[in-house]
Ligand binder design. Structure first.
Ligand SMILES: [Zn+2]
Length: 239
């Protein structure tokens, strides 16, 4: 997962939101909509926004990465879905609130494995669940750890065991970032998008890079910080 530093709302997006909220039907929907009202909220308000422009702003903010799994996303309706962190069905106000919106991949919704089984992640897995793991919380994001076998988890030193377990549940079950897992965290199968494999490959690539630096007598915390800073200075980050 990535930390997303939310920029101030681009003005044209704010105007677009205001235009939708100015419709008289907006007042007919209560803050906590029922199923039918949520459908109207999606189809008559959220879907009427300029999605192209909205996606562009969100993808830029996220350096071209899915907010949850860090896979590459592009500004097309086919590759990226606009995700409500607090589900649209649970809050009218947040349905059209920039801070609540993120760009997510399709989470394997479109892929099939062996023609049948699909293990979803990200938006496709989360659906209407309310989660606590929050990409806007920098400290929380910094306490996510990646293991050499490709698993993602929370650092054992972060927060209390109770909070950690709740957040871990979000990563494992609500977002499916470790594929299909047993209660003890043992992985049964990777996601349709091969997230665990991709993370294992990225871990190994980073390890190789460190070994090369070491062989050249260039391995130091300063050098690693420099490499990270160079990567973060790019508009588009590596998956
Ligand atoms: Zn994703």
């Amino acid at each position: 997962m990535i930390y997303v530093k939310k920029n101030s709302w681009p003005e044209n997006i704010q105007k677009d939101f205001d235009l939708q909220k100015a419709k008289s039907e907006w007042n007919d929907i209560p803050e906590e909509p029922n199923k039918e009202q949520a459908r109207i909220l999606r189809e008559e308000f959220f879907d009427k926004l300029n999605k192209e422009r909205l996606r562009e702003a969100l993808i830029k903010e996220q350096h071209g990465l899915c907010v949850y799994c860090m896979s590459r996303i592009e500004n097309t309706a086919e590759s990226t879905v606009i995700e409500h962190w607090c589900p649209l069905s649970k809050s009218k106000e947040k349905a059209l609130q920039y801070e609540n919106l993120f760009a997510s991949c399709y989470g394997g919704q479109k892929e099939t494995v062996n023609g049948v089984h699909r293990i979803r992640c990200c938006d496709a897995k989360k659906q209407d669940a309310s989660i606590k793991v929050d990409p806007r919380n920098e400290r929380m994001m910094e306490n996510i750890v990646y293991y050499s076998d490709g698993r993602i988890d929370f650092s054992e030193s972060y927060a209390t065991a109770k909070i950690r377990n709740m957040l871990r549940g979000d990563l494992w079950y609500h977002l499916g970032l470790n594929g299909s897992v047993k209660n003890d965290g043992t992985m049964l199968a990777d996601t349709a998008t091969e997230l665990v494999k991709k993370r294992k490959d990225a871990y190994e690539a980073a390890e190789d890079m460190l070994m090369v630096l070491d062989e050249d007598n260039e391995l130091s915390p300063e050098r690693v910080e420099e490499i990270i800073a160079d990567m973060q200075a790019q508009d588009i980050w590596d998956e």
